[in-house]
Design a protein around this ligand. Structure first.
Ligand code: LLP
Length: 442
């Protein structure tokens, strides 16, 4: 469910017309709905908290640590922070942004396969909830960093449960040949070793098997293995206080199987890994942000090739703004912002202006007939959209707008060309500062 709908034939977000936003802010532009963000968090956290089997020994509900990689815009994270969310982070930058948005350190998890010593030190000094350690060399470095700070590092070990799942090979993380986590066997050994280390506090285990998972079966398989490993650790006399079950729940991208709803997921989790006497953590990203955002773009023109008859809908958005179709062949629903007056349809290749054939959002898609100057919206673009944007082809990063109940605000402005140029200082041996360009600008 989301808060984008047609009102009087025009696509709106929480009562604000996308045409109006495009007129004021320009295109391409990302638009996010506060109500959808809040609703997704509340429904997910609510479903988990109604499961007595998922309560900690202290009666705490699971920690829902929003995976900031999905959308780390400060205003988006702040909206979720105010709703009560924690954060799953993968860099010092994300930890800093989470804290800047008001998420308390004790609700921040730090994951990732290549945390640097500096990042680990920063996380420890900030007092975050836990580091999710992914390998032996990382654990060795964490021990050294913690010792140098005279601190004790609370961490969980990410086990790769050997169950791969996800919407595309590039976002599957649970297989034995993926770079994430370690085998259960090695994890159990490391856990025992770390328990004896004065600067390390192994507090539990973690897993995450992939993203855009639309079927509970692989998750259930992974969770039930996790239960076995908690029991195995305890059988060795080791203490296990936390269980982090990752993110990965899929969202409907229109043409895909309907993903499981949060209530079914929570029930499956309670039945499979409930009542273990641990504090549970979940790390949803896409589920919270994807349907809370759209990318609005304007049609530059329609080009019909005379040789093949192929019709190209050329937009002012490109792969640098929304990379998912180029990188994962991802499907995004494309809707006209103004509902067409008739049923005329065309088959288009929808493309951007970047100089690569890969800059194709979709091929042979039937859409209402569109003309130059009209607006379209890429739906379900709130997760892994703006965050994966770049300035390839020297195209300014698309701005981001947050809507709340009839109002909107620019929460990341489009950089000006002057700002982009000023970001790249010329070394002294090239063009002395202040020299006028040799080519006169119009
Ligand atoms: N936790 C860990 C350890 C992860 O690696 C990820 C995502 C998540 C949580 C959040 O997963 P989610 O709930 O969003 O599925 N750029 C790709 C998705 C990459 C996901 C990477 N890991 C895309 O656009 O589809």
């Amino acid at each position: 469910m989301n808060h984008f709908d047609y009102q009087d034939g025009e696509l709106h977000c929480e009562g604000v017309s996308l045409t109006e936003i495009a007129r004021e802010v320009g295109t391409p532009v990302y638009v996010y709905s506060s109500a959808t963000l809040e609703r997704h968090y509340t429904v997910f956290a609510g479903a988990l908290s109604t499961m007595p089997a998922l309560r900690s020994p202290k009666e705490e509900a699971p920690l829902v640590a929003y995976a900031m990689k999905a959308n780390s815009n400060l205003a988006v994270v702040r909206t979720l922070a105010l709703a009560g969310c924690g954060a799953d982070t993968v860099s010092e930058g994300e930890i800093r942004k989470a804290m800047a948005a008001g998420i308390p350190a004790e609700r921040i998890v730090f994951s990732g396969v290549g945390k640097t010593d500096g990042e680990m030190a920063f996380a420890l000094k900030a007092g975050i909830y836990q580091l999710n350690v992914e390998s032996r060399p990382e654990l060795d470095r964490l021990a050294r960093v913690a010792a140098s700070l005279n601190m004790i590092a609370p961490f969980v070990i990410r086990i790769n449960p050997g169950v791969g799942a996800g919407g595309h090979a590039k976002i599957t993380t649970g297989g034995a040949k993926d770079k994430f986590g370690i085998s259960a066997e090695e994890a159990l050994k490391l856990y025992a070793e770390a328990s004896a280390h004065r600067n390390l506090a192994p507090v539990g285990i973690a897993c995450h098997i992939g993203s855009q998972i639309t079927d509970l079966t692989p998750m259930q398989a992974a969770f039930s293995r996790m239960r076995g490993w908690v029991e195995a650790l305890r059988a060795e006399g080791l203490s296990v206080e936390r269980l982090d079950l990752g993110g990965g729940l899929g969202v409907p991208y229109f043409n895909q199987p309907t993903p499981p709803n949060p209530a079914d997921f929570a029930e499956m989790a309670a039945l499979t890994v409930g009542n273990l006497g641990v504090r549970y953590t979940f790390e949803p990203g896409r589920l919270i942000a994807a349907n809370a955002g759209v990318l609005v773009s304007r049609v530059v023109h329609v080009h019909e090739r005379s040789d093949s008859g192929q019709k190209f809908l050329v937009l002012d958005a490109a792969m640098n703004d929304l990379l998912r179709p180029a990188l994962y062949d991802a499907y995004h629903d494309i809707r006209p912002v103004v509902q067409p007056a008739n049923d005329d349809a065309e088959i288009y290749d929808v493309v951007g202006p970047v100089c690569e054939t890969g800059d194709t959002f979709t091929r042979d898609r039937q859409l209402p007939r569109l003309r130059a100057g009209e607006l379209v919206a890429f739906m379900t673009a709130g997760a892994y959209g703006a965050v994966m944007g770049s300035e390839y082809n020297s195209r300014p990063l698309a701005p981001e707008v947050l809507v709340r109940d009839g109002r909107f605000a620019v929460v990341r402005p489009r950089p000006s060309y002057d700002e982009m140029i000023a970001r790249e200082p010329l070394p002294q041996w090239l063009e002395p500062k202040g020299l006028r360009p040799r080519v006169a600008l119009a």
